[in-house]
Design a protein around this ligand. Structure first.
Ligand SMILES: NC(=O)c1ccc[n+]([C@@H]2O[C@H](COP(=O)([O-])OP(=O)(O)OC[C@H]3O[C@@H](n4cnc5c(N)ncnc54)[C@H](O)[C@@H]3O)[C@@H](O)[C@H]2O)c1
Ligand SMILES: [Zn+2]
Length: 579
């Protein structure tokens, strides 16, 4: 590499994120790889003042500490090359943000508060975590809420979420692996696009802003692509603004939707585009799974060709998971790929299908057999559209939200238990719904970002799906909606977890109460157990003979086991289908 080439890379990498997320570990790895010095601003404070940040906070108060910290950060920001790890709160100071943004590639390390709390729990008791107090997890949640708007401004979002290892290895081992993956990802992005990211116009203004701009609920960053997930009532009306933010304005928009959704929301979208002077056209497919075929995709291609759609134009998928999958598939393939925005209108699509870039159509031989990974440029979840969603679809949509809470987020789990009544009324408070959808979307985004092509961690999203898919197949996809089958499948998985002792039996009852509170089924009486097991066995073949089961290791925590005995599975399924 010539000196000139080298100078094109940012000469400073800055790590931000909550206390305990792994900034020091990841920072050291990167510094070692690049042969750069590693600067931990907390360590600098300690050596300079003879007291740790924790001590200073305790004796002098937060204000005094932030002054000291800002001075140290300002100095560190002048060093280059360097890998700089900052204290969790440092990035809240606009001066520090600007100083760090000047030269540094800003990388936000992200993991759920529950995961961070587990690691801290496992830490050396001598490591002091300033500001965390007694209930570490609750405090981390608070800090997360407060700081996320600032963190979300980063150039890169890097997941360091670990998976609890199957055989009792502690969170340390998982954290180490997640840390290595994070370091590799940062180095890759730094080399391939770091210079471009740091040179972006308006970037420093963003850092300098005293008030954080309104940030998306979540960001998906696969290492190659990154995009926001906006959640709120009225998002459809903000589409023109969002297009400007994404620099996707000045192009034609091709909306793909279905008949039901167009009936209720087509006009709103058309008026929004019209009043912003955006040229658009729409193609309406019949509602329902039958539209997810190559034949329908072919009709959409023909329409796009007639419309002379160009590669820079934009496809918008407006609808539930069926439309999202179809629009994603078309956007991935037409002209070898066009930009895509997902506007999910079902609860299932908002929390699941629209986030993660999977798209597919069905074949007579089976569902979702032909597809592509195609990340959208953004996801806009307008919870107002849920007002017209049929009741049964609204109800089944909660299953994936409950799943996210059960496998990843004990605090969301408690929130869902508290608010079940309010969320399931026929006219729910949309701000409350938006808050929950935002949290659930964030969990999905974090997992998808860790594992964009489904090689590892993303497997935990299959909680309840092994048996759930078996039930769907055994009943020919007619009797149970996906979320309903997953609810039953989660009960089966919890039964297995309780039997194998990965979790307490109490959690089984707690999950049952939760599903009941959301009007989801707990059992599938009358379904043929043999057929369910047979369908599961076929599923297993696809996975090279290894049947891994996602179980709970506690409230808000998933474990993956591939040693679940057949008879335990058989008993669990038999229980679920008994009349
Ligand atoms: N790509 C992925 O990662 C992924 C993940 C999960 C599911 N999926 C796919 O998603 C599909 C299921 O999604 P779904 O449950 O949203 O089905 P869907 O798209 O068929 O929507 C369900 C029904 O509700 C209607 N509808 C949707 N939004 C509405 C609204 N706001 N008002 C009135 N009616 C509305 C639809 O017209 C349809 O009749 C399946 O094909 C599944 O394979 C994909
Ligand atoms: Zn699912």
């Amino acid at each position: 590499m010539s000196a000139e080439e080298r100078s094109q890379f940012p000469r400073q990498i800055v790590l931000i994120g909550l206390s305990g997320v792994g900034k020091t570990t990841v920072g050291r790895m990167i510094a070692e790889r690049l042969g750069w010095p590693f600067v931990d601003t907390d360590d600098v404070i300690t050596s300079r003042h003879g007291r740790t940040p924790a001590d200073i906070l305790e004796s002098d108060g937060e204000l005094a500490f932030r002054e000291i910290e800002a001075a140290v950060v300002a100095e560190a920001a002048k060093q280059s090359p360097a890998v700089i790890s900052t204290g969790g709160g440092a990035f809240l100071n606009p001066r520090s943000r600007r100083a760090l943004g000047e030269r540094g590639l800003i990388c936000y390390l992200d993991a759920t508060p529950a995961e961070i709390a587990r690691r801290i729990d496992d830490d050396d008791p001598d490591v002091k975590r300033p500001l965390l107090g007694e209930d570490i997890e609750a405090r981390l949640h608070e800090l997360d809420r407060e700081r996320r708007p600032f963190y979300n401004n980063a150039d890169l979002w890097v997941p360091v979420q670990g998976l609890s290892a199957p055989h009792g290895e502690g969170p340390k081992v998982a954290a180490q692996a997640a840390g290595e993956a994070a370091a590799a990802r940062i180095l890759h992005s730094w080399a391939t696009e770091g210079a471009r990211l740091v040179a972006q116009p308006r970037r420093l203004d963003r850092f300098a802003a005293v008030e954080p701009p309104r940030v998306p609920a979540a960001v998906v960053d696969t290492g190659a692509e990154r995009y926001p997930v906006w959640v709120g009532p009225g998002e459809i009306g903000r589409l023109p603004d969002r297009l400007r933010q994404l620099e996707l304005d000045n192009r034609r928009i091709f909306v793909i939707s279905d008949a039901n959704v167009m009936e209720h929301h087509g006009r709103g979208v058309a008026e929004t585009l019209d009043s912003a002077g955006i040229a658009g056209a729409s193609y309406i497919v019949p509602s329902g799974e039958a539209s997810k075929t190559l034949r329908v995709a072919g009709e959409v291609y023909r329409w796009l060709a007639e419309q002379r759609a160009e590669r820079r134009d934009l496809i918008v998928g407006l609808g539930g998971g069926v439309v999202g999958d179809l629009a994603g598939f078309v956007a991935a393939t037409y002209l070898r790929g066009m930009p895509l925005i997902q506007i999910p209108t079902s609860l299932l699509a908002m929390n699941d299908a629209a986030i993660g870039g999977k798209s597919a159509v069905d074949l007579p031989a089976g569902k979702n057999l032909v597809g592509a990974f195609r990340q959208p440029a953004a996801v806009l979840s307008d919870v107002e559209t849920l007002r017209t969603l049929p009741r049964r679809s609204y109800t089944e949509g909660w299953a994936e939200v409950l799943k996210h809470a059960l496998i990843l987020d004990p605090a969301l789990l408690s929130l869902l238990e508290r608010e079940a009544g309010a969320l399931t009324t026929s006219q729910p408070d949309l701000d409350l719904v938006a808050g929950v959808v935002a949290r659930s979307s964030r969990l999905k985004a974090l997992i998808v970002s860790s594992d964009p092509t489904e090689r590892g961690l993303r497997a935990i999203l299959n909680y309840g799906h092994t048996i759930g898919h078996g039930i769907e197949t055994a009943t020919g996809y007619e009797q149970y909606l996906h979320g309903e089958a997953v609810a039953v499948g989660m009960m089966g998985a919890a039964q297995i977890g309780a039997e194998l002792g990965t979790m307490e039996r109490e959690l089984l009852a707690r999950q049952a109460d939760l599903l009941r509170a959301f009007d989801l089924p707990l059992r599938a009486p009358g379904v043929r157990g043999r057929a369910v097991l047979e369908a599961m066995r076929l599923d297993k073949k696809v996975a090279q003979g290894r049947r891994s089961f996602v179980l709970l290791g506690g409230a808000g925590r998933a474990v993956v086991r591939n040693d679940v005995p057949d008879d335990v599975v058989q008993r669990a399924v038999a229980d679920l289908v008994r009349e």
